[in-house]
Design a protein. Structure first.
Length: 447
């Protein structure tokens, strides 16, 4: 099921990044007191009352940009509004409703998207008295919040959910493998789709942003059902560049939410960009299978290829389980390796391991390398098993989840990979407090 996308918009320095950090539960956006700190879009997965959302932060909107950078930021914000399912319009209760807020409000009314008005920095009764002033923006009832002090966030998110359409009834999951071709504009996604499908299913053009929406192509490969999802940037007249990049990002997020395995296509001539890393991070965060596909490999001089591969491996050392493929969608070089690799990753993602095998592997890992102490206490693992409905997720019942150190988390994940594989698939380890009395019969003991 596709997540709904919620965009946080507003003029500069009203607290958009602080709100995103609050919703995400961690500091993932740059926060500073200087206006214009956030120049690139940042996004995060947010779960609220069982609904899964993608929240996108944008730069500060200005009616009359004074520089090329400010103009690009404005394009980003406009793209965020156009691509979102709902908008959080953030204003500053300390400043009150100023002319810049009215300009943003005018734009939002024209966009016609569900919009929730949030008055930020309401940290005292005096500031609360300022909130009714925002009614004159014509957006509706303002929700008083303090993103910094975590006040009013529940009311805000309840209002967001109320503005979204209800969740459709659950449907039976298809048994076909769903592959999403994602990446920046003009890296060859549509060309690759056509090469895999075998016909001109998608329009291919040299200009970035030719594909105007997602295109699904169902194919049979060696008797197996595969659904290919192509997604590229939406081209707006006069808004190529930043606007297209933003649309491409939104479409990539939506495609990732729908897929089992993401083929992250990059331009080998340009190496790996920050946007590529953003998309890869989202794939991993969502627990989807990931394959890095370096396109235009035929344009990389042979004497540079080995150095390129070593540099790419270093860049992806945070996800060493990711397969790399080097292709040319234009000539067909290496394309025949994509579907076999994708099918292998899809099978790895469906893998089920008997509970006894999981428990024994974790027991051996803990015995051979006990967890470090935290003061006078040490983590103890009672039992381990694979999650019933999420195959790439493992649950470890422990005495105190707070004792789990990130380095030991990585150690256990590596041991699970050594024992069971899961190539190309992010593993999720859940450390849950054990509800049973831990004794010699149930505990994975350390020596």
């Amino acid at each position: 099921m596709t997540r709904h996308i919620i965009a946080i918009v507003g003029r500069p320095n009203v607290g958009k990044s602080t709100l995103l950090n609050r919703l995400a539960g961690r500091r993932i956006a740059v926060v500073a007191d200087l206006p214009g700190t956030t120049r690139d879009r940042i996004f995060a997965s947010v779960s609220w009352q069982g609904r899964e959302l993608t929240v996108v932060d944008s730069g500060g909107w200005q009616a009359e940009p004074q520089s090329t950078l400010e103009e690009k930021v404005r394009y980003q914000v406009e793209a965020a509004i156009a691509g979102a399912d709902a908008i959080i319009f953030l204003v500053d209760s300390i400043d009150g409703a100023i002319a810049a807020d009215e300009e943003v409000a005018d734009w939002l009314r024209q966009a016609g998207k569900p919009t929730i008005l949030a008055a930020n920095k309401v940290d005292s009764p005096k500031q609360a008295e300022q909130v009714p002033e925002f009614y004159r923006l014509g957006i509706g009832q303002p929700v008083p919040i303090s993103a910094h002090h975590n006040r009013g966030i529940s009311a805000l998110m309840d209002a967001v959910l109320a503005a979204l359409p209800p969740e459709p009834a659950a449907t039976v999951e298809s048994q076909e493998a769903r592959l999403a071709i994602v990446g920046r504009p003009n890296v060859g996604k549509s060309t690759l789709l056509n090469r895999l499908v075998g016909d001109e299913r998608a329009i291919v053009h040299e200009s970035p942003g030719t594909t105007r929406d997602s295109l699904d192509a169902a194919i049979k490969w060696r008797g197996k059902e595969i659904l290919l999802i192509d997604t590229a940037g939406i081209k707006r007249r006069g808004r190529v560049g930043v606007g297209v990049d933003y649309y491409s990002l939104l479409r990539s997020l939506q495609a990732i939410n729908r897929c089992d395995v993401a083929l992250l296509l990059t331009d080998a001539v340009e190496f790996i960009t920050a946007q590529d890393m953003h998309i890869a991070g989202y794939v991993i965060e969502e627990g989807r299978g990931l394959i890095m596909v370096f396109n235009k490999w035929d344009l990389v001089p042979e004497e540079r290829q080995q150095g390129f591969k070593r540099a790419a491996e270093r860049r992806f050392k945070f996800a060493p389980y990711t397969p790399f493929l080097y292709i040319s969608a234009q000539t067909g070089q290496g394309v025949n390796r994509i579907l076999p690799q994708a099918w292998e990753v899809w099978q790895e993602k469906q893998k089920r391991i008997p509970d006894a095998e999981v428990n024994n592997l974790i027991k051996e890992a803990v015995n051979s390398h006990p967890p470090p102490r935290a003061g006078h206490r040490r983590l103890r693992v009672a039992r381990a098993y694979q999650h019933a409905s999420q195959p790439a997720t493992f649950v470890l019942r422990v005495n105190d989840p707070g004792l789990m150190h990130f380095s030991y988390h990585r150690y256990l994940e590596n041991k699970l990979r050594e024992g069971f594989g899961f190539r190309g698939v992010p593993l999720k380890l859940i450390f849950a407090r054990n509800t049973r009395k831990m004794n010699s019969k149930t505990e994975v003991r350390t020596q």
